[in-house]
Design a protein around this ligand. Structure first.
Ligand SMILES: NC(=O)c1ccc[n+]([C@@H]2O[C@H](COP(=O)([O-])OP(=O)(O)OC[C@H]3O[C@@H](n4cnc5c(N)ncnc54)[C@H](OP(=O)(O)O)[C@@H]3O)[C@@H](O)[C@H]2O)c1
Length: 404
């Protein structure tokens, strides 16, 4: 039996507690004697919770119990989560987390500390919630040269975009509904501005490259400017709109990493990933295309992914589960060099100026009778820099990249 602790009894922490207790027998089949929930650290008390007797407000009590070998950090944020994780690892206690903000910013340091103290730092739940993604990437695809990894990594924005698409509703209206349903936080910035997806694709890029990709070095664009008319055009031309995190490896080992809304064609598997679900596409040079699909968030799915890591950590006491993530920065291609096809909407009055500026670069006229005052078109493939130069003096209502 291995004694464990939960740091932070919020949404994910409660899920971890439920999985540890509800699936006790399943876990015991894997870990001899099972995983015992010894402590829950939180600021608050939870008198009505079945776990009330486990709650402590004193982290030292957990650190000073020599029987505690594995903890999960489900507090979120950078501090005190970093300090708590570091202190546990320095005592040889493995840490499993869902905290993508901390993993993206300081995961590499914590992996190094874990290595120095013969324990593990694991973060399956930090990307894709309940979807097993990091473990397959590290354990089943080590032999592959991964050339791209991209997908829908944020359930909140996928829910918003799905509702806007299905009901023709405006962004603000759907965001409010998502907040009422608890799918979006009161401060939705991290989700809707693409920061959450950006952090996740940065983590995946670091794991794929074995080097460091920092979120702040990547291009990030959110969904706040997407409007109902965009969905009408998209649907007429057999596309939907999704917020994608994209990481591509170039021949010269540099990477293109970005987060932005994309038009996804009907035939693509990501087209069907709706509501709060996530879908992640991986291309390996030998295995070809792989897709991972499931609940990217939620109490039980995310708790389940954390417990999966806790089991692995418990089976490796005294050893480190290796994860390669070097300090050296990945060579990131400048965003201006990224080549895309763009969907553009503009006022009809701009049509002549647009045609002149984009002479020979317009691949398709997407104008619709439903919008007689607009001119819409699809460009041919061009770099971000070229698009920006051609568009410099023009006023666009919408500019969305297209997934090819
Ligand atoms: N929710 C999801 O579905 C999901 C999915 C994947 C990943 N994540 C990530 O998982 C982490 C946790 O998310 P969550 O949704 O569970 O957050 P949450 O509901 O806010 O839970 C965090 C818990 O930690 C407690 N806490 C905060 N600071 C603490 C401290 N210094 N000492 C002890 N306890 C402390 C909080 O107490 P108070 O409430 O009193 O502040 C709260 O109970 C975040 O990094 C999040 O991004 C969440």
């Amino acid at each position: 039996m291995i004694k464990t602790a939960i740091l932070g009894l919020g949404n994910v922490g409660k899920g971890v507690a439920s999985v540890l207790t509800g699936n006790r027998a399943e876990i015991a089949r894997k870990v001899p004697g099972g995983l015992e929930l010894g402590y829950i650290l939180d600021i608050r008390d939870f008198p009505d919770s079945p776990f009330a007797d486990k709650v402590t407000h004193d982290y030292e009590e957990i650190l000073n119990d020599p029987e505690v070998k594995v903890i999960c950090e489900t507090m979120g944020g950078k501090e005190p989560a970093f300090t708590f994780s570091r202190r546990a690892l320095e005592k040889g206690i493995s840490v499993c987390t869902s905290n993508k903000e901390l993993v993206e910013a300081r995961g590499r340091e914590l992996l190094e500390i874990a290595r120095e103290h013969n324990c593990s730092y694991l973060f399956e739940a930090s990307v894709g919630g309940g979807i097993p993604l990091i473990a397959p990437l590290l354990n089943c695809l080590e032999q592959e040269r991964i050339s791209s990894i991209f997908g829908i990594l944020n359930g909140t924005t996928n829910y918003i975009l799905t509702k806007m698409d299905r009901f023709g509703a405006g962004y603000e209206e759907v965001l409010k509904e998502a907040q009422e349903l608890g799918y979006a936080e009161r401060n939705p910035e991290a989700d809707v501005e693409g920061y959450d997806t950006g952090r996740k694709i940065a983590i995946l890029s670091s794991l794929v490259s074995g080097k460091t990709v920092r979120f702040e070095d990547t291009y990030t664009e959110g969904i706040t400017k997407i409007c109902p008319a965009d969905f009408v055009y998209a649907e007429e031309h057999h596309y939907c709109i999704k917020l994608l995190g994209i990481s591509s490896r170039m021949e010269d080992e540099s990477f293109n990493v970005l987060t932005a809304p994309y038009l996804v064609p009907q035939g693509h598997p990501l087209y069907a990933v709706s509501d709060v679900f996530n879908g992640i596409f991986i291309h390996g040079n030998m295995v070809d295309d792989l897709m991972f699909y499931g609940r990217g968030a939620g109490t039980l799915p995310t708790g389940s992914a954390v417990v999966a890591d806790m089991i692995q950590a418990a089976l490796s006491i005294g050893k480190t589960i290796p994860i390669r993530w070097d300090k050296e920065r990945v060579d990131l291609k400048p965003h201006s060099e990224l080549v895309s096809t763009f969907f553009v909407r503009t006022d009809l009055s701009e049509q002549e100026a647009v045609r002149k500026a984009f002479d020979g670069k317009i691949a398709d006229d997407w104008s619709l009778p439903a919008f007689p005052d607009e001119y819409a078109f699809l460009t041919g493939p061009m770099s971000e820099a070229e698009f920006a130069a051609l568009a410099e003096k023009l006023k666009f209502k919408t500019r969305i990249r297209v997934l090819c």
